[in-house]
Design a protein around this ligand. Structure first.
Ligand code: SF4
Length: 208
């Protein structure tokens, strides 16, 4: 079955992985997106934050979490006592998936399929091996399903530290599910949703 594995080099050097990810053809999402958006952050980070996929802004700039959801996440991390400079941020799927609005001007985010999440997973596994974080913060259902499997429910576990699957051999030791910051931006009561995200993230320092 087609996935990213044939494009992932054996190297555990992040710059090598990032460079190789530019040529990934592991699923069809590379065709319409501008570029691969690989993870960013210090290679010795204790915390890896996993989102869903790059958005419109990330796709154009080539960096993860630089759009509105990323800005909101930055604020929430500060409030939760997590130093963004010591965090590695990446996405479960590394190309932007979208549909065009009727007039074709706007690119509207589309949720990645299970097949695309699984196809892109070898990049995430390589990042986990390279960074060796102690904690992974799972932002939203796509991130959670990539790491924990499709039946894992963020709503049931958000804000609680959970032991990571054995497959990862202790890096990470634990995962922390939280809602995705873009769901806060869409929430009818944005302030309450934001406070709930901060509350989810506040469990992180206990794992470090
Ligand atoms: Fe490769 Fe992932 Fe992009 Fe698909 S989404 S082409 S698997 S990097």
């Amino acid at each position: 079955k087609r996935d990213a594995s044939e494009f992932v080099p054996g190297s555990l050097e992040l710059p090598r992985l990032r460079e190789a990810s530019r040529g990934c053809r592991g699923c069809d999402l590379y065709q319409d997106a501008t570029q691969t958006v690989f993870g960013e952050g210090p290679p010795e980070a204790d915390v890896l934050i996993l989102g869903e996929q790059p958005g419109d802004r990330e796709d154009r700039e080539g960096e993860p979490f630089v759009g509105p959801a990323g800005k909101l996440l930055d604020r929430a991390l500060v409030e939760a006592g997590i130093d963004r400079e010591r965090v590695y941020v990446t996405n479960a799927v590394k190309h932007f998936k979208f549909t065009r609005s009727e007039r074709g001007k706007q690119r509207i985010h589309k949720k990645p399929s299970r097949g695309e999440i699984v196809a892109c997973r070898p990049w995430l596994v390589a990042e986990l091996k390279a960074v060796r974080p102690r904690l992974v913060i799972l932002l939203g259902a796509t991130a959670a399903s990539s790491l924990m499997g499709p039946s894992f429910k963020v709503t049931e576990h958000r804000g609680t530290l959970i032991e990571a699957p054995e497959e990862f051999e202790g890096t990470p030791e634990q995962v922390l599910p939280a809602v995705h910051p873009s769901s806060v931006l869409r929430a009818p009561d944005r302030d309450a949703a934001y406070e709930a995200l901060v509350a989810d993230l506040k469990a992180a320092p206990r794992a470090l």
